[in-house]
Design a protein around this ligand. Sequence first.
Ligand code: SF4
Length: 474
Amino acid sequence: MGYISVFDVLKIGVGPSSSHTLGPWKAALQFLETIAIEEVESVSVHLFGSLALTGKGHGTDIAVMMGLSGHDPKVVPVEIVQELPDQIKASGKLSLGGKNDIAFDYSHAIQFHFSEQLTLHPNGIRFIAFNQLGAELSRQTYFSVGGGFVVHENDMGAEAVSEGINVPYDITSADDLEAFCMARRMNIAELAMKNELHIAAEGQVRGGLNAIWEVMRDCMFRGCHTPGLLPGGLNVRRRASDIYKKLASEPRQAANSLEWFQQLQSLQPPFNETLNWISCFAMAINEENANFGRVVTAPTNGAAGVIPAVLAYYVLFSGKEVTDAKIQDFLLVCGVIGTLFKNGATISAAMGGCQAEIGVSSAMAAAALTEGLGGNVGQSLMAAEIAMEHHLGLTCDPVKGLVQVPCIERNSMGAIKAITAANLALASDPEKAKVSLDEVIQTMWHTAQDMHQKYKETSLGGLATNIAVIVPEC
Ligand code: SF4
């Protein structure tokens, strides 16, 4: 594995799933680059393993249509995501790459291979393009390996995102990270910044981090102000706006999320209300995520609420003066810790269950909060370790394949655990810790390998098969 930039760990995109929506979307865009679009008469798409089993609930089919239409998930207006796929289904036509109108019969063009899994990874997707004579023009297979990362089948095993970029601190383990920081008298954010400056200029890096925080904050703002039911047929009611109304007993109008946050900054809620605010922020983000809204993958979409909720806690309620630079540092630390898990274990629920999503995001947030609150490097790594230790074995069992139950509430739990982990670490001597971050990452990976397939984003076990919900036809 090579260096992974913070901008590959934290990506602006569209919900509801990084591996099942963002990844297949990006795979479709990559596929377009392999074909002469004008020569294509038709395309077929094949989903395997977890992508087939939970693909409908996770919007994989929608993502594929958006990608084949040439839209960029980072900038496409979310209204188009909610409208275009229905138009394609109704018309039976798709504008390939936005350039060539082809026939696209949804029921045949996208095939869900429910009982077939490709050998290299549970999240396989294959695209085939045909010409007028029905001859194959291109056949490409990709794997969505978690967190929106996509790898062509020929590149599996060599999936470093920023491969070839020489950074001063090529971290492969938490021990490495601590040793580098100690030797150079740097904290984690400073080390991460020095690496990022080998990829982009400082203004670009800081601007990019500001943009990530803005998308997170906007997402919380929308989620806290949007009632209603979530799509997908489970009739899950959005709750963040109700919680928000109770907490902000006389909410003032705010023109945007920045103004809103400035208003919230004057609050000094008691302990129990603080907990409710954190839950509210986390759920607001994940309700937006479930509604195909714009989110930051952090490190996945299912877990997109944990880091923003903890960062909001840091900004609003920690009692610290949190400048833009401190927010940037927070995100940089998140990126480094996410990389340790991606390289040492997995951030794919199809490989490791929910410990790889909520558990990793909680560990990232815990370390970042600890450093933000003045903890040393050892304490920050200890906080990440504590947060993951108490997510080990967490399964992925989304009901009806939707990123809603248990996912939305689970983000609240991940955020609260992160804050508790940070406070435990800040009150502790990391020299006396019995478990290191590297050991817990290794344990998570072993647990992932032992976990039954039905608990790895297949909706074949756990809550997905044991709750008595009445699911209306949709
Ligand atoms: S259960 Fe966890 S890992 Fe699975 S979809 Fe939900 S948030 Fe993601």
